[in-house]
Design a protein around this ligand. Structure first.
Ligand code: S6P
Ligand code: ZN
Length: 194
């Protein structure tokens, strides 16, 4: 007999991108992103302040089994570290062929994607933009605006997270502020995988 899961609804506060009735809120401070910003001196200078870079609001604790979908919102605060915009840690999915959809709710940002071979793609995110993260692409979001940038993610609940590959090799490109505008530049610390 099929065991039916009960349908559920969460409310996204569209003014802020938060989910006030979230099952879990994850707060990521600068110290949680240690070594991910390219300018290590600038990162050190901000170390004692340890600002909150972003928060993830997990709508519900969905079972992490095939067929289920997880969903959450992410709010990235405005700011830069050595000119590099505040951003998420970034990850591949542990089950690498799992895709995902990001819908921008608020603010202005960029979705930076890359293949394991280092091919890069940038998707610009303003409210209403619904971006597709195809299977196998690593993904990171960046707040390129002056206000909080928020988006909703919907993903296979069994996708999981591979943060280790990004921690070891980094992203091939960075998004930095130049003359008040975002610019894509090569990451001097990037090593090709493998
Ligand atoms: C999950 C999805 C998002 C991110 C969130 C934070 O597959 O891509 O919910 O988890 O935006 O980013 P990160 O890289 O710290 O998990
Ligand atoms: Zn993901």
């Amino acid at each position: 007999m099929t065991r039916y899961m009960s349908p559920l609804t969460r409310t996204i506060d569209l003014a802020s991108g938060t989910i006030p009735d979230a099952a879990e809120v994850q707060t990521r401070r600068l110290s949680d992103l240690e070594g991910l910003f390219a300018d290590r001196e600038a990162e050190n200078a901000l170390r004692h302040e340890n600002p909150v870079i972003y928060r993830v609001y997990l709508a519900a604790h969905i079972p992490t089994e095939e067929g289920q979908l997880g969903y959450s919102t992410t709010v990235i605060y405005p700011g830069t570290v050595g000119g590099e915009y505040f951003m998420t840690k970034g990850h591949y999915h542990a089950v690498a062929n799992r895709a995902e959809v990001y819908t921008c709710l608020k603010g202005r940002g960029a979705l930076l994607l890359q293949t394991p071979e280092g091919e890069t793609s940038v998707q610009h995110m303003t409210p209403g933009a619904a971006a597709y993260v195809p299977p196998f692409w690593g993904h990171r979001t960046v707040n390129t605006g002056a206000e909080p940038f928020a988006f909703m993610a919907v993903y296979p609940a069994d996708a999981g997270y591979d943060y280790a590959t990004i921690a070891e090799y980094g992203f091939a490109a960075l998004i930095v502020e130049r003359d008040g505008k975002p610019e894509l530049v090569p990451n001097p610390h990037y090593q090709r995988e493998g």
